[in-house]
Design a protein around this ligand. Structure first.
Ligand SMILES: [Zn+2]
Length: 598
């Protein structure tokens, strides 16, 4: 839970006004909204259930309009409950309201689930005619998406068995892994502490502290290795059998379907990134020099450089973001300033408030809300820029309606990282002190490497483990650790000395277990934005207007089609190269700022 630190910033009184959500047009409270929605859902089901396959375009339009209005009401209630809980999570009344809303919401969803099932099972000919019908334009992409799993669905009795057995199968193994990790404690200077406490020490300026922390992490992970290895092996085998039963051609195909991208696009991304691992090596050679070390070990990678940082008041942060947004396009600044002027942001830090930051799209009939914990650091300014990027995106995409406003994971971070990039470049341009610029640049490079190169190296590790499990059978801890080391050595190209201890460090990364194949989406988002930014700098005046139109498209089409008007071809490896060039330029700039090699 965040506690205020340091001098006042002016954000202490910046709280959001949830009236727009709390006071719906009919004046009813959360209970009233939910009761009305429940009645609507009953009558909706009574009228439409069993009829989806045979509907006319007019009927389907009426159905979808009504469906969206029910979801809008429920989403409004859910937003009120969760947003008010976020800023006072220690208030039992707010916790109870959140729990009540989520229970009623899930009961209500059960009443409506027939729509998805019946639509997915509607005959191909009828469905295609409806999807193409001009009256249904507004929902075309949603209708298309809802049917794309059809070739991979089994018969109804088979699906029921799989769903029931997954509770004691996949889900049980994931939970066992999580509980094992949560229960694993690490020796740290006389006490037993959770992983994050030790991992934090890897950022320490003192090398001895970092080395000690790294070996504590290794020891703890080794103690848990028998269990984590067995759980991971089982989940690899489970995925192999499910992919075979459902007819997915590769371990990553099902994930790509969720992300709405072609397998070939992901291949192009991975090939582009792995072919530029040299940029990683170049950066870590610089970092070794900046730290004054002869050899850089795995536990030195995150070491903090001597700090040279500025602090910002809330007003300065607001003005900084609005100026950078406004220089890009006045409309971006106009929308972002509504968040400040109309109190759609909660920025104060106080006990009971949730940590972190987010932008919640809420529902199309209202507007997004942003939560941050502002304490005046440069990182806090970037976080504000990030969340306002989401906010502007969500604001513009509202016009697409509830079913098509949100984008898949692959493009969900576009506007946020783009907003950060605008602000970052503006701050760097205005900063006079080269030491401050260098420290800003180093932080930006390391955070981008963590999302681009590290995630793609992790994707290579996943590819190797899924393939090995499918071809060689059960893997030992040593087998998995060796595949991990291979994927990491490939990325560092000798710039970082990986100790043998580092082999077991795959075993605490929960993404591998929770959502196989997930990690490349981070690299996708980051590089997409860097390439877009490069186009903006080189292609000139009409880019910002086309960019805003792209945001306004929300999730109404395939990502590849939505970015196309910006001159982007996602399946072209050359496209990804542009973003990678920008990363290399940042490394070159950091080299220049750190002076001649001594
Ligand atoms: Zn984000």
């Amino acid at each position: 839970m965040p506690e205020p630190t340091g001098a006042p910033t002016g954000a202490e009184t910046v709280t959001w006004n949830l009236q727009d959500l709390v006071a719906p047009p009919d004046g009813a409270g959360v209970d009233g909204v939910l009761s009305t929605a429940e009645k609507q859902a009953d009558s909706f089901a009574a009228r439409w259930r069993g009829r989806i396959a045979g509907l006319s375009a007019e009927e389907l339009r009426d159905l979808l309009t009504e469906y969206e209005s029910i979801l809008d009401a429920v989403g409004r209630a859910e937003s009120v409950a969760s947003l008010s809980w976020c800023t006072q999570s220690d208030d039992p009344a707010r916790g109870a309201l959140l729990q009540k809303v989520s229970e009623r919401q899930s009961a209500l969803a059960q009443k409506l689930v027939f729509l998805d099932i019946e639509w997915a099972n509607a005959p191909d000919g009828e469905a295609a005619a409806l999807i193409a019908h001009p009256l249904l334009e507004r929902w075309r992409h949603w209708l298309t998406l809802a049917r794309r799993y059809k070739p991979h669905l089994l018969s109804e009795p088979e699906e029921k068995i799989l769903a029931e057995k997954s509770v004691t199968g996949r889900q049980a193994w994931v939970r066992y892994f999580d509980e094992t990790m949560a229960a694993t404690l690490f020796d740290w200077r006389g006490s037993r502490v959770p992983a994050e406490v030790v991992l934090r020490q890897l950022y320490d300026e003192d090398r001895g502290t970092r080395r000690e922390a790294a070996s504590a992490v290794t020891r703890g992970l080794n103690e848990a290795a028998r269990t984590t290895t067995y759980a991971f092996n089982t989940l690899l085998a489970e995925k192999a059998s499910e992919d075979r039963l459902r007819g997915y051609p590769s371990w990553i195909s099902a994930r790509n379907l969720d992300n709405q991208v072609e397998d070939s696009t992901v291949d192009a991304l991975v090939r582009a990134v792995t072919s530029r691992y040299g940029v990683v090596a170049r950066y870590y050679r610089l970092k070794k020099r900046l730290l004054g070390l002869q050899e850089l070990f795995d536990y030195d990678r995150y070491a903090a450089l001597p700090a040279a940082e500025r602090r910002y008041s809330w007003t300065e942060a607001r003005d900084t973001v609005l100026a950078a947004y406004g220089a890009f396009h006045p409309e971006m600044a106009r929308i972002a300033s509504e968040f400040f002027d109309k109190r759609w942001i909660d920025a104060a830090v106080h006990p009971g408030k949730r940590g972190g930051a987010f932008s919640s799209s809420t529902v199309p009939s209202v507007h997004p809300y942003i939560m941050v914990n502002f304490q005046g650091t440069a990182q806090d300014v970037m976080t504000l820029a990030h969340e306002l990027g989401h906010g502007v995106h969500q604001y513009l995409a509202r016009g697409r309606g509830l079913l098509q406003q949100n984008t898949p994971l692959t493009t969900a971070e576009t506007a946020s990282i783009f907003g950060e990039t605008l602000v970052f470049n503006d701050l760097v341009a205005k900063e006079k002190d080269p030491a401050v610029v260098l420290s800003m640049l180093v932080r930006e490079i390391e955070s981008s490497f963590a999302t681009v190169f590290r995630q793609v190296a992790m994707n290579r590790f996943e590819e190797a483990t899924h393939t090995a499990r499918r071809t060689r059978g059960e893997l030992t801890t040593a087998d998995i650790s060796e595949l991990w080391m291979q994927s990491q050595r490939a990325m560092f190209e000798g710039s970082v000395t990986l100790t043998d201890d580092y082999g077991i460090w795959w075993s605490y990364i929960t993404h591998f277990v929770h959502v196989p194949g997930y990690v490349y989406a981070y690299a996708f988002g980051d590089l997409l934005v860097r390439s877009l930014y490069r186009r903006y700098r080189s292609s000139g005046k009409d880019f910002p207007a086309r960019y805003l139109a792209m945001l306004g498209a929300g999730g109404s089409d395939w990502p590849a089609r939505i970015v196309k008007p910006l001159g982007v071809d996602l399946s072209d490896p050359g496209f990804w190269t542009e973003g990678l060039d920008l990363l290399e330029e940042m490394v070159a700039e950091a080299e220049r700022l750190s002076g001649p090699v001594g």
